[in-house]
Design a binder for this molecule. Sequence first.
Ligand code: KQY
Length: 368
Amino acid sequence: MTDNNTLNHASTPVELGFSMPAEFAPHDACWMLWPQRPDNWRYGAKPAQEAFVAVASAIAESETVFVGVNDDQYENARHHLPAHIRVIELSSNDAWMRDVGPTFLTHADGRLAMVDWEFNAWGGLNGGLYFPWDKDRRIRMKIAEMLGIERFILPLVLEGGAIHVDGEGTLITTEECLLNPNRNPEWNKADMERVLRGFLGVSTIIWLPRGCHQDETDGHVDNLCCFVAPGEVALTWTDDENDPQHVISREAREILENVTDAQGRRLKVHLLPQPGPLTIADTEASGVDRLSGSKPRQPGDRMAGSYVNFYIGNSVVVMPLLDPAHDNEAKTILEALFPDRHVIGVQAREILLGGGNVHCITQQQPKC
Ligand code: KQY
């Protein structure tokens, strides 16, 4: 296997024939991590572990699921996860595989590769969510070793949840995240577009201004908006003009309805109702250890709950259940958007309490 830093090479992954497929293209597997840190997950992560088991089990209905676990939790994870889920020792600082895992690339000749971005725990020492993040930074390299695939190293801070692609040349992201000074202060927008084109095989980049209100990732697009098919996106939505999310979703909708994608199509925008608004309860905040260097959880804080944060598997869609007042409506919409897949709702408030949701804790490995 080559340790291939393409910045020092003549060819980019795209020049070599690689590109990033859409999430709705066929998968070989899904990768996850096991939650355990008590300063992010309440009660020693026991309730979150139950939710992760439910997500892994739902995804495993249609693809192989690997769950990476720190050694001190290995036996516990192996005990709680069903036998057909592949539990491997893989050290991490937390459990956000979307962000610390590989961005996989495929080649028409059947090869799989990955982009290994830089990672700084969502903002480094300038607003990042924990310190250190050294184990997280080694995850992509270890997965490349396990799979024996090429790893294109790119020293651009980017988390997987910050981008969505349609596999036909279009990428969606947010300025709030990618252009945030706590990620890549030395990169301008044009530099960034150049490397995204060269590494992912996209030609059209749609920049939305901001992600969801109070999203602690600095506005990951995967909580706001995602592709559900070529030329079609889902967007989190509230009609309540007094809710700060309304203006964020409205400005995104205006952009999405007026852009042309890489194939020259106008996008069809499907609206998913926003759950809640959801806030952290006293009993939930009090279950989280207070340690210096990690983000405190305060009672009453608004959480960035969104039904857009779902995972598209081979024959399932795994969606977060977050609010009995809106869960059924959101599920019905997703069922109409994915008529060939079984939409499975998973109780996901415990994942949201940790700062993300189903999409953030999963990473698909495409079929080659
Ligand atoms: O939403 C994500 N992609 C990750 C959230 C990280 C939260 C860490 N507390």
